[in-house]
Design a protein around this ligand. Structure first.
Ligand SMILES: NC(=O)c1ccc[n+]([C@@H]2O[C@H](COP(=O)([O-])OP(=O)(O)OC[C@H]3O[C@@H](n4cnc5c(N)ncnc54)[C@H](O)[C@@H]3O)[C@@H](O)[C@H]2O)c1
Length: 310
């Protein structure tokens, strides 16, 4: 972890959500002043330590943003707040754009006004690259398949043009404790919830479609590194390893000590066969990785499920 002593405050937007709360927790544990701006649509106040200031507000509100930046005395903004449901982005593209693109622009404007030193944007590798026969590098032409991915891409462009010092992180499928089963990349959250509850697991297609699963602490480490840098960077953050979703379900069931009931359904329109990102550029810094093996990450996830059930 970076030496925090010389550093100012961090504002984490979406800090009450799955990924944001892990970032907040790590900052807090490292002694860095951190505050949260979140409208609690999918986030929960209980996801963050009680002594962390939570500004209940919307990134579509200039006033809410300005107040949170001021209160946090933000030197750094880590922007995680987003509309994260692919399905909702297709049903209501305007809402997705308002939050994911326009909200990002409002945040950038306020950050510039407040002379924020570093802006870290959590984009999405899974959503912007589309089908990836080979693991995508940062130079792979984006090919989003839904409005969520399109607006993430537009938001990236706004970050690039902001004039701020920035890092754009493109995570693959992130998993870990506190993930909701109804958001982007939530397949392992759904599987674990169903398997632990003794319920059948629905798989769309034959289950051989592969994903690049990344344990949440590896993303937190990338955020930490991104904050410590001053140059503008775009980094894929993934394991670079392909796992068939059916295999992931079987490992999970094994670790939970359950017999899985897999139910195969027709494939959904727009689903990709392979979604993989290469973290080679990030790894080449020599300060990140190797990412946690899937079995070990799932072990940590199942431990947290078992503890919660006690
Ligand atoms: N989970 C993944 O696999 C994954 C993969 C790639 C990228 N991402 C990105 O990571 C970030 C965090 O995602 P997550 O999985 O933790 O989802 P999440 O839904 O748990 O977190 C999003 C947070 O943003 C908050 N939020 C939503 N709209 C808001 C608004 N208008 N104003 C203020 N707060 C708002 C929510 O309440 C929630 O706390 C998102 O930007 C997402 O696009 C996630």
């Amino acid at each position: 972890m970076t030496d925090r002593s010389a550093l100012g405050g961090v504002l984490v937007t979406g800090g009450a959500g799955f990924i944001g709360s892990h970032i907040v927790e790590a900052m807090h544990a490292g002694g860095r002043p951190v505050q949260v701006l979140d409208n609690l649509t999918t986030g929960r106040a209980s996801n963050i330590p009680r002594d962390i200031a939570l500004h209940s507000g919307d990134i579509r509100s200039e006033a809410a943003i300005a107040a949170a930046i001021r209160a946090a005395q933000a030197d750094v903004i880590v922007h995680c707040a987003a509309q994260t449901s692919v399905e909702r982005s297709m049903n209501d593209p305007q809402y997705d754009r308002d939050v994911n693109e326009t909200g990002t622009q409002l945040l950038l404007d306020a950050a510039r006004q407040a002379s924020v030193r570093r802006f870290v944007f959590i984009s999405s590798g899974g959503a912007i690259y589309g089908e990836t026969p080979e693991p995508a590098s940062e130079d792979t032409p984006p090919s989003p398949r839904n409005f969520y991915g399109t607006h993430k891409l537009f938001a990236e462009e706004r970050v690039r043009r902001s004039g701020l010092s920035f890092a754009i992180l493109r995570p693959s499928n992130v998993y870990g404790p506190r993930q909701r089963s109804d958001a982007e990349g939530g397949v392992l959250a759904i599987f674990s919830e169903r398997i632990a509850g003794g319920l059948p697991v629905e798989i769309h297609g034959d289950g051989r479609q592969v994903r690049d699963f990344l344990y949440v602490s590896d993303l937190v480490d990338a955020v930490d590194l991104a904050i410590s840098r001053s140059e503008n960077v775009v980094w894929n953050v993934g394991s670079g390893r392909a796992t068939a979703i059916r295999d992931a379900a079987l490992i999970l069931a094994d670790q939970l000590g359950m017999t899985p009931q897999l139910v195969f359904r027709p494939r959904r329109a727009g689903d990709v066969d392979k979604s993989l990102v290469s973290p080679a550029l990030l790894s080449s810094t020599g300060r990140w990785g190797p990412p946690l093996a899937l079995r070990e990450g799932l072990q940590r996830l199942t431990e947290s499920i078992k503890t919660a059930a006690l």
